[in-house]
Design a protein around this ligand. Structure first.
Ligand SMILES: NC(=O)c1ccc[n+]([C@@H]2O[C@H](COP(=O)([O-])OP(=O)(O)OC[C@H]3O[C@@H](n4cnc5c(N)ncnc54)[C@H](OP(=O)(O)O)[C@@H]3O)[C@@H](O)[C@H]2O)c1
Length: 291
């Protein structure tokens, strides 16, 4: 595993000026799709602070501000995409959802191929080619659309973000007894670490498939849930269950993990929980009556 940390030197004024002087970044905007999401909100200011002119695509109309311009469009319907990609030197494509990523990406690629885009950067998920679930298949379809686009590209596959794991374990903790599918392991990674790595890849040469990016530790789902319960001061029983079918087999075989050669984010699940979950407020605001 390659330990990887965000490099603050990238954002020093002299480094920014040098990049601008060498034409690596500058007036031609970088379009960020999904720039309003969990990952995008962390990546967009980093791109701006690295000296880039940033344009963000959103389905909702938003006011420009803090050095960020917004364009309105929808990658699912194709509405507004031509205007969004117009004049963009680089596209960082972060749009994602439970389904439809392949089609959204094909729509984006079609529009981008008609312009002079020099680098298309895409965020995918570890196991896109190995886990037989709709989300993963859709990410694989999107990866293929990027690779077959004819545009210079970089794709980074990341593990599940801490934010997503937190959403899942919070939902599970609403149950009186938490079912824990045996053999499921995760390598949750901090979205801030992924955002910083994406900025680095964006400002570098197109690299094709970049090394995967995962978090610093591997956890069973029960460990992740226990960490959350402890941080939020709750008590729940856990019940082992078996995840059936092909997806269960793939997870038990660790097909969602990247145990060799991955870039490793710095922030741990425990550090994330310490900052994001406060025992008293989490149990009060989420109405946990049976601690
Ligand atoms: N979350 C994870 O654990 C994880 C792990 C690995 C990879 N990834 C990938 O990382 C990317 C970002 O994930 P995230 O968790 O930051 O996502 P998120 O918070 O759910 O944000 C989704 C973003 O996509 C935009 N979007 C959705 N549908 C759109 C459409 N039809 N047209 C235009 N924009 C659309 C939304 O913008 P508006 O609402 O403003 O329109 C929003 O900015 C996704 O591609 C995801 O698959 C996520």
């Amino acid at each position: 595993m390659n330990a990887w940390t965000n490099n603050p030197a990238m954002y020093e004024p002299r480094a920014v000026e040098a990049r601008q002087a060498h034409g690596k970044v500058g007036a031609a905007p970088i379009l960020v799709t999904g720039g309003t999401g969990t990952l995008g909100r962390l990546g967009v200011p980093r791109l701006r602070d690295a000296g880039c002119t940033v344009r963000v695509l959103s389905r909702r109309s938003r006011a420009d501000g803090e050095g960020i311009a917004f364009v309105t469009g929808d990658l699912a319907t194709g509405e507004g995409i031509d205007a969004a990609v117009e004049g963009a030197a680089i596209i960082v494509h972060l749009v994602g959802g439970p389904k439809g990523d392949a089609e959204a990406t094909r729509n984006l690629v079609k529009a981008a191929s008609r312009t002079g885009v020099q680098h298309l950067v895409y965020i995918s998920v570890i196991g896109a080619d190995r886990v037989p679930l709709g989300y993963f298949k859709s990410k694989l379809g999107a990866e293929r659309a990027v690779a077959d686009s004819g545009l210079p590209w970089t794709t980074l596959r990341a593990a599940q973000f801490h934010d997503l794991v937190l959403t899942v374990v919070r939902k599970m903790a609403k149950l009186p007894v938490i079912p824990i599918p045996g053999g499921l392991r995760f390598q949750p990674v901090d979205a801030g670490d992924v955002a910083a790595r994406l900025v680095e890849l964006t400002l570098d040469k197109p690299a094709g498939m970049a090394p995967d990016m995962a978090g610093p530790k591997v956890y069973g789902l029960g460990d992740l849930a226990r960490g959350y319960l402890q941080a939020s001061g709750k008590h729940r029983m856990m019940m082992p269950v078996r995840m059936p079918g092909k997806a269960g087999r793939a997870y038990r075989a660790g097909e969602n993990l990247s145990l060799q050669g991955a870039d490793i984010g710095k922030r741990t699940w425990e550090e994330f929980l310490t900052e994001r979950v406060h025992a008293s407020s989490d149990s009060r605001s989420r109405g946990a009556s049976s601690n």
